[in-house]
Design a protein around this ligand. Structure first.
Ligand SMILES: [Zn+2]
Length: 449
C-alpha cells in the first residue's frame, strides 16, 4: 500500500474545536503523523497530495441510508410516512437482486462524490437472500467503509409476504451472510427490528437481542419516525413511547443506533443516555415526509450520542451529507426560534466522530488522529461561495457543497482524486442506473398500492 503526505491543507481534525495549517502523513492506510507546517519527505516512496486551498478533514459518516433507493428518487412524492412506506415495502414484490447491486453501487458513488467515507446501510427488504448479498457486493466494490445492518420484519399489514420472515428464518439467513463475509474494519454487520412495532411481533423483539449478542452484532432500527408509530405503540402495546416499549426487550444499548427518534419524550431521551444508545438524525428525510423535528438539541444537552444520516434517496432525494448538515443546523435554529441553539462544530461532529461512535467505529475513523485509519477528504475552499474563510466550521456546514469535495481516501486508498473516481466510471454508472431504473419502473407501474 502507498505512503502519502497530504500537505499545506487547513487541517480540521475534529478531536477538538481547532484547525491549523499543516499536513497528515499516511502509511499502509494508517495516519502516522498530524502536524503543523510543511513536511519533509521521509523517503522516496512517499507521494505528495497538495492540499493548498483545501480543508483536510475526516471523511463524513452517513449513519443511516438505504442505498438502492437512488433508483426511486422522486417516485413517490408528497406522501406521509404510512402511505409512502406502503409503496416502499410493496416494491419488494418487484425488486430483483440486480436492482440492489446497481442501485447500491450508484448510491455509494454519490456518497463518495459528496465526501462520505463510511456509511451504514440499513437493509430491510429481502424478497430473496441474494438481495442482501448483492448490496454487500456493491458496497465492497465501491471501496467505502460500511456497516451492513440486516434488519427483520415479521409482521404488518403493509409488509408483503415475500419480505416477511419468521425470526428463525431471518436469523438463519443472517448467519449465512456472516459465514460468507469476513468481518473487519472495512465491513461490519448489525441486525435489528426494522420499524417496531408496526412490522415486528413481540416474539421477534424478545429474541433479537439474544441473537445480536450471540453473534456480536449491533442493532439498527427505525424508531418513532412519525406520530402514527407512537399511536400504534400506545394503542396496541399500552406504552407511552417506542423507546420505552423497546426497553422491555433490551433493544436500547451501547451498540444500538436508532434512526429518526422524532417523537420521543424527555424520559425516553434519558433512557437513551442511560443505555448508551445512539441516534441517527435524518433531518432532510424527516422534513420531506412531514414527520416532525427530532429533539436533537435536548439529546445533545443530555449527552446522547447523535449521528447524521441522509436516509434513502426515496425520502431525501440525495445521498449528500453536506445538504443534511446545513438542514440540521437551520432546522433546529428555526424550530427553537433561537439562532444559538446549535453550533456548526456540533453539527460537523455529528457527521464525523458522532457517526463513527454510533457505528462502533470510533477507534478506527471519525477524527484525524495518529493510529486511526486514513479516511480523509479534501474540500476545496478556493471557490467563490467558500471565500473568504472566517469560520471554517460554519463554512463547511453552511457554505461548502458536496461538489467542493476534491479528493476522498478510505483506508489510505484514494477513491476519488480531483473529482475523478479511481474505481469506477461516471458515464457507465449513470447508464447502468438509468437502465435499472427503467426496468424497475416498468415493474413498479404494474403494482397497485
Ligand atoms: Zn430509513
Amino acid at each position: 500500500m502507498s505512503s502519502w503526505i497530504i500537505s499545506d491543507a487547513l487541517v480540521v481534525p475534529m478531536t477538538e474545536r481547532r484547525s491549523f495549517t499543516g499536513h497528515v502523513r499516511i502509511r499502509d492506510g494508517v495516519i502516522t503523523a498530524v502536524d503543523a507546517g510543511t513536511p519533509l519527505k521521509s523517503d522516496d516512496s512517499e507521494k505528495i497530495i497538495d492540499g493548498a486551498g483545501c480543508v483536510l478533514m475526516p471523511g463524513l459518516v452517513n449513519a443511516h441510508t438505504h442505498l438502492y433507493q437512488v433508483l426511486l428518487r422522486a417516485v413517490w412524492e408528497d406522501l406521509e410516512l404510512m402511505p409512502w412506506l406502503k409503496r416502499i415495502y410493496g416494491c419488494a414484490r418487484v425488486l430483483r437482486p440486480d436492482h440492489f447491486y446497481t442501485g447500491s453501487l450508484f448510491g455509494c458513488v454519490e456518497a463518495i462524490r459528496s465526501g462520505v467515507t463510511t456509511l451504514c446501510e440499513h437493509n430491510f427488504l429481502n424478497p430473496s437472500p441474494e438481495c442482501a448479498f448483492e448490496t454487500i457486493r456493491a458496497i465492497k466494490d465501491s471501496g467505502l467503509r460500511s456497516v451492513f445492518a440486516r434488519t427483520i420484519m415479521d409482521a404488518g399489514e403493509i409488509v408483503p409476504d415475500c419480505t416477511k420472515e419468521k425470526p428463525e428464518q431471518a436469523f438463519r439467513r443472517i448467519e449465512e451472510i456472516l459465514a460468507h463475509h469476513a468481518r473487519g474494519e472495512q465491513l461490519q454487520f448489525m441486525t435489528g427490528p426494522n420499524t417496531p412495532p408496526i412490522n415486528t411481533t413481540p416474539r421477534l423483539l424478545k429474541e433479537i437481542r439474544g441473537f445480536a449478542d450471540d453473534k456480536a452484532l449491533g442493532i439498527s432500527a427505525h424508531v418513532a419516525e412519525s406520530k402514527s408509530v407512537v399511536e400504534c405503540v400506545r394503542r396496541e402495546h399500552g406504552k407511552s413511547g417506542v423507546v420505552e416499549f423497546l426497553q422491555q426487550f433490551d433493544i436500547p444499548g451501547s451498540n444500538s443506533i436508532f434512526a429518526h427518534s422524532v417523537h420521543i419524550s424527555k424520559d425516553e431521551i434519558g433512557l437513551l443516555k442511560q443505555t448508551g444508545s445512539s441516534v441517527s438524525h435524518n433531518p432532510v428525510s424527516n422534513m420531506m415526509l412531514g414527520d416532525g423535528v427530532a429533539p436533537v438539541v435536548e439529546m445533545l444537552r443530555q449527552g446522547v450520542n447523535v449521528a447524521l444520516g441522509t436516509d434513502g434517496a426515496a425520502s431525501n432525494h440525495s445521498q449528500d451529507l453536506f445538504d443534511t448538515m446545513k438542514a440540521a443546523s437551520l432546522l433546529h435554529k428555526v424550530h427553537h426560534q433561537d439562532a444559538g441553539v446549535i453550533d456548526p462544530y456540533s453539527v460537523l461532529r455529528m457527521a464525523t466522530a458522532g457517526g463513527a461512535k454510533a457505528l462502533g467505529l470510533d477507534s478506527i475513523c471519525g477524527t484525524i488522529e495518529v493510529g486511526k485509519r486514513a479516511d480523509l477528504i479534501l474540500v476545496d475552499m478556493n471557490t467563490i461561495h467558500n471565500q473568504p474563510v472566517n469560520d471554517v466550521f460554519s463554512q463547511i456546514v453552511h457554505c461548502a457543497k458536496a461538489s467542493d469535495v476534491r479528493t476522498v481516501m478510505v483506508n489510505g486508498e484514494i477513491l476519488m482524486r480531483d473529482r475523478k473516481l479511481t474505481r469506477h466510471d461516471d458515464a457507465k454508472l449513470m447508464a447502468d442506473a438509468r437502465q435499472a431504473n427503467s426496468d424497475l419502473m416498468k415493474r413498479v407501474n404494474q403494482l397497485s398500492f
